[in-house]
Ligand binder design. Structure first.
Ligand SMILES: Cc1ncc(COP(=O)(O)O)c(C=O)c1O
Length: 337
């Protein structure tokens, strides 16, 4: 995508719009379609959690995950260019988002999810009136099946990883943090499966940097699953591509269980360029982390608890890490099964 937003400046934020579209001066939007498509996504609070941690409550969203940031922009684009029907593959949350926004936009939608996807996510997709295919095998295989359909039937691929419009939505994660805190915390934790929040967040940070709004990049800390860690493996051998055949074992962190991430080269370039740290969420500490959060009123899904479990592990490896912002990406009710 050849789009260069203007220099970031809070005076260009439309404070009368209570959604991510308050940042539309920095988005490649066509027309005013977003007005009928927005479901009030974004504007999620930042909540202190102890002395060292800030939680960004990104499951306070129309479909209860951060994916609404990207889907709102992507489906506004689809509407603007006259798309009538889309297909999409997902571990569940992105499918929920695309299905909801398509429902609102009056666009026909078909979603592919891998077997084992949380039943609540499947129910939500159906409720939004999308067709759903539960594909036997891994998340990576599910993506292959969906892409075959795209190629064979010439369908529009409203995929959160592939489609650049999605990142124009996820970058608002960073704009919001800056608008709320008037600074960027020293440490930013992000989950890394296919990297849709990671790429969006880095784009947002680069924009703030080149606009002179921040002076340096924060320390970015990326979370993989202990059982599915292609990026950690790639960095160990300084590779420029990340892929593993299948996850070693099934993980509770279903949202980040991506063995062959589509944009691994781009993400590895960022990792090397910005000296990004990677950390594996210990599988046996995900439930414990989920309970620790829930005990203090924060009921997140297992993949999101993995972010906190990984942070605790990070502190053991790198020492006490203060001023750290962790995203609460998905709601707890979605992964109760
Ligand atoms: C709750 C949650 N967190 C993190 C992720 C990881 O996002 P990505 O695969 O874009 O890195 C997902 C993806 O579905 C998710 O649902």
């Amino acid at each position: 995508m050849d789009y260069q937003p203007p220099k970031f400046d809070l005076s260009l934020v439309d404070r009368e719009t209570w959604s991510i579209f308050r940042y539309r001066a920095f988005m490649p939007l066509e027309g005013e379609y977003w007005r009928e498509i927005s479901l009030g996504e974004g504007m999620t609070p930042i909540v202190p959690f102890g002395e060292d941690v800030l939680l960004k409550m990104d499951f306070f969203m129309p479909t209860l995950s951060f994916k609404d940031r990207g889907a709102a922009v992507l489906i506004s684009h689809c509407k603007a260019i006259g798309v009538e029907s889309v297909v999409q593959d997902s571990s569940g949350n992105a499918g929920n988002s695309v299905a909801a926004y398509c429902g609102n936009a009056g666009i026909d939608c078909e979603i592919f999810v891998p077997e084992g996807t949380s039943p609540k996510k499947i129910d939500m997709i159906k409720a939004h009136k999308s067709r759903i295919n539960v594909v036997p095998g891994s998340r990576d295989h599910c993506a292959d099946v969906c892409r075959n359909k795209v190629v064979k039937e010439g369908k529009y691929y409203a995929n959160h990883v592939y489609n650049p419009f999605f990142y124009q939505g996820t970058k608002t994660y960073i704009y919001e943090i800056y608008e709320q805190l008037r600074r960027i915390p020293a440490n930013i934790v992000l989950p890394l499966g296919n990297g849709t929040l990671v790429i969006g967040a880095i784009k947002g940070l680069e924009e703030l940097l080149s606009s002179g709004v921040i002076e340096k990049m924060p320390q970015i800390i990326l979370v993989q699953s202990e059982y599915c860690d292609p990026f950690i493996q790639a960095v160990q051998t300084k590779a420029n591509k990340a892929a593993m055949k299948t996850p070693l074992k099934p993980t509770m962190a279903e949202g980040i269980a991506i063995g062959a991430p589509m944009r691994s080269e781009e993400i590895l370039e960022y990792i090397y360029k910005y000296a990004i740290h990677l950390i594996a969420a210990p599988e046996d500490r995900i439930l414990e982390a989920r309970m620790a959060l829930a005990a203090r009123g924060i009921y997140c899904e297992h993949t999101t608890a993995a972010n906190y479990a990984a942070y605790l592990k990070y502190c053991e490896v790198y020492g006490k890490t203060s001023d750290c912002l962790i995203p609460m990406c998905g709601a707890g009710l979605k992964s109760d099964h």
